[in-house]
Design a protein around this ligand. Sequence first.
Ligand SMILES: [Zn+2]
Length: 101
Amino acid sequence: MGRDDLDVEVPNLSHEDDDDYFGGCPECGYPCRNDGYLNYVLTHYYVCHQHRVRWAVGSNLFSSWRHEDEAVWDANKALLLTYREVDPLEARWTLGNEVRR
Ligand SMILES: [Zn+2]
Protein backbone atom coordinates (compact mmCIF):
# COMPACT_ATOMS: atom_id res chain seq x y z
CA MET A 1 0.00 0.00 0.00
CA GLY A 2 3.04 2.24 0.12
CA ARG A 3 2.21 3.47 3.58
CA ASP A 4 5.36 4.78 5.17
CA ASP A 5 3.72 6.55 8.06
CA LEU A 6 2.91 3.94 10.67
CA ASP A 7 2.14 6.49 13.33
CA VAL A 8 -1.44 7.50 14.10
CA GLU A 9 -2.41 8.56 10.62
CA VAL A 10 -4.84 6.12 9.12
CA PRO A 11 -4.96 5.54 5.41
CA ASN A 12 -8.03 6.73 3.61
CA LEU A 13 -9.22 3.41 2.36
CA SER A 14 -12.38 4.83 0.85
CA HIS A 15 -14.84 2.26 2.01
CA GLU A 16 -17.65 4.76 1.89
CA ASP A 17 -20.05 2.23 0.49
CA ASP A 18 -19.35 0.03 3.46
CA ASP A 19 -19.69 2.68 6.15
CA ASP A 20 -23.33 2.17 6.88
CA TYR A 21 -23.19 -1.56 6.58
CA PHE A 22 -20.32 -1.89 9.02
CA GLY A 23 -21.72 0.51 11.53
CA GLY A 24 -21.18 4.02 12.74
CA CYS A 25 -19.72 5.65 15.79
CA PRO A 26 -22.41 5.73 18.52
CA GLU A 27 -20.97 8.97 19.86
CA CYS A 28 -21.28 10.69 16.50
CA GLY A 29 -24.88 9.51 16.12
CA TYR A 30 -26.77 9.73 12.87
CA PRO A 31 -26.03 9.99 10.06
CA CYS A 32 -23.90 6.93 10.53
CA ARG A 33 -20.23 7.55 10.12
CA ASN A 34 -16.83 6.09 10.82
CA ASP A 35 -13.23 6.74 9.88
CA GLY A 36 -12.66 3.46 8.13
CA TYR A 37 -10.96 0.45 9.57
CA LEU A 38 -7.62 -0.74 10.81
CA ASN A 39 -6.48 -4.32 10.67
CA TYR A 40 -4.93 -6.26 13.46
CA VAL A 41 -3.62 -9.19 11.49
CA LEU A 42 -6.79 -10.35 9.72
CA THR A 43 -9.34 -8.77 12.07
CA HIS A 44 -10.89 -5.46 11.00
CA TYR A 45 -11.66 -2.72 13.50
CA TYR A 46 -13.70 0.27 12.45
CA VAL A 47 -12.84 3.44 14.33
CA CYS A 48 -13.87 7.00 15.05
CA HIS A 49 -10.78 9.05 15.72
CA GLN A 50 -12.64 11.98 17.17
CA HIS A 51 -14.25 9.88 19.88
CA ARG A 52 -11.48 7.32 20.08
CA VAL A 53 -13.75 4.32 19.80
CA ARG A 54 -13.46 1.04 17.93
CA TRP A 55 -15.55 -1.94 17.04
CA ALA A 56 -14.54 -5.18 15.39
CA VAL A 57 -16.56 -6.23 12.37
CA GLY A 58 -14.98 -9.56 11.64
CA SER A 59 -11.95 -11.20 10.19
CA ASN A 60 -10.76 -11.64 6.65
CA LEU A 61 -13.76 -9.81 5.21
CA PHE A 62 -11.40 -7.55 3.30
CA SER A 63 -8.18 -8.62 1.70
CA SER A 64 -6.26 -5.49 2.71
CA TRP A 65 -4.58 -7.22 5.63
CA ARG A 66 -2.73 -9.46 3.20
CA HIS A 67 -0.81 -6.45 1.96
CA GLU A 68 0.25 -5.37 5.42
CA ASP A 69 2.88 -6.69 7.77
CA GLU A 70 3.64 -6.93 11.48
CA ALA A 71 4.90 -3.37 11.64
CA VAL A 72 1.52 -2.12 10.44
CA TRP A 73 -0.39 -4.42 12.78
CA ASP A 74 1.74 -3.41 15.75
CA ALA A 75 1.09 0.25 15.03
CA ASN A 76 -2.63 -0.42 14.57
CA LYS A 77 -2.75 -2.43 17.79
CA ALA A 78 -1.02 0.32 19.74
CA LEU A 79 -3.59 2.82 18.53
CA LEU A 80 -6.59 0.52 18.90
CA LEU A 81 -5.68 -0.27 22.50
CA THR A 82 -6.09 3.40 23.34
CA TYR A 83 -9.61 3.39 21.90
CA ARG A 84 -12.75 2.26 23.70
CA GLU A 85 -14.62 -0.79 22.41
CA VAL A 86 -18.24 0.13 21.62
CA ASP A 87 -21.33 -1.26 19.97
CA PRO A 88 -21.70 0.52 16.64
CA LEU A 89 -24.85 2.06 15.29
CA GLU A 90 -26.63 0.05 12.63
CA ALA A 91 -25.05 -3.17 13.74
CA ARG A 92 -27.28 -5.06 11.41
CA TRP A 93 -25.10 -8.13 11.28
CA THR A 94 -25.74 -8.79 14.97
CA LEU A 95 -28.69 -11.08 15.51
CA GLY A 96 -31.31 -9.49 17.70
CA ASN A 97 -29.72 -6.09 17.33
CA GLU A 98 -31.05 -5.12 13.93
CA VAL A 99 -31.78 -1.46 13.45
CA ARG A 100 -34.01 -0.59 10.54
CA ARG A 101 -34.78 2.82 9.19
ZN1 LIG B 1 -17.48 9.52 16.67
